[in-house]
Write a protein that binds this ligand. Structure first.
Ligand SMILES: [Zn+2]
Length: 240
């Protein structure tokens, strides 16, 4: 049947165009571009996370510094009391109170020492993160340079094939003239999930999915009133 031959021919041309476009995209340049793009995206995510973490740590460090200043003030007060006691005459000295003061002062000194250690290790961590971010940004910069260069190169690849692609596109358009709008619409709908929406029925078997179909199907196709699709794969069935 003429209309099925034309539909089959249309699909051949449409697939030839698809293949040509796919090959044009499947170059080493394009593959490297995709890889670089993924690398840049992941690195940016890493940088963002590290910067957020550093910001959070800076906030924590500020609060520790405040605590540290509080302890310093406390210690200063205690030292005043201790120096008062050290200047007292022996008979005025309350030994228990002096002991308590020294104990308090020691506790404050220990606590602030611990805070200082915490601060130092956080400071080191922030510094390390900063270094890592700077290295990462440097690497990203060269990756971006390579990306931009390859993009130009890939555009040249696409341009070099544009003449042939145009010819294939024209052939598809021309073949489409012979297909009814209803069938073309159905073809395009099926193309959403099948790269080749048309299948030939041979011996009651769909050659798209290889499924054996009921004997009456070929009769329905040959009658030629409406589109018959494969009940298994959904392709438009034709008989050549
Ligand atoms: Zn099928």
């Amino acid at each position: 049947m003429e209309q099925w031959n034309q539909l089959w021919e249309y699909q051949q041309k449409d697939m030839a165009l698809d293949q040509f476009k796919a090959a044009l995209k499947d170059t080493p340049t394009r593959k490297r571009l995709v890889k670089l793009q993924r690398y840049l995206k992941n690195s940016q995510k890493k940088v963002n996370n590290m910067e957020a973490r550093a910001l959070q740590m800076q906030g924590e460090m500020q609060s520790i510094e405040k605590q540290y200043a509080g302890l310093e003030a406390e210690l200063e007060e205690l030292e005043k009391d201790i120096s008062y006691y050290s200047e007292c005459d022996d008979d005025e000295l309350d030994a228990e109170q002096a002991k308590t003061l020294i104990k308090q002062a020691t506790a404050v000194v220990n606590k602030s020492g611990k805070l200082k250690e915490d601060l130092q290790s956080m400071h080191d961590e922030v510094e390390q993160a900063d270094k890592t971010v700077r290295e990462l940004l440097q690497k990203m910069l060269s990756a971006k340079k390579e990306y931009d260069m390859l993009k130009v190169e890939h555009q040249k690849e696409l341009d070099s094939g544009s003449g042939e692609q145009q010819a294939l596109e024209n052939a598809v358009k021309e073949a489409a003239q012979n297909i009814s709008p209803e069938i073309l619409a159905e073809y395009n709908r099926i193309k959403g999930f099948r790269p080749n929406p048309v299948a030939i029925l041979e011996n009651s078997r769909c050659n798209g999915c290889n499924m054996q179909l009921p004997a009456g199907v070929s009769g329905r196709i040959l009658k030629g009133d409406g589109i018959v699709t494969c009940e298994n794969c959904g392709r438009i069935l034709i008989v050549l």
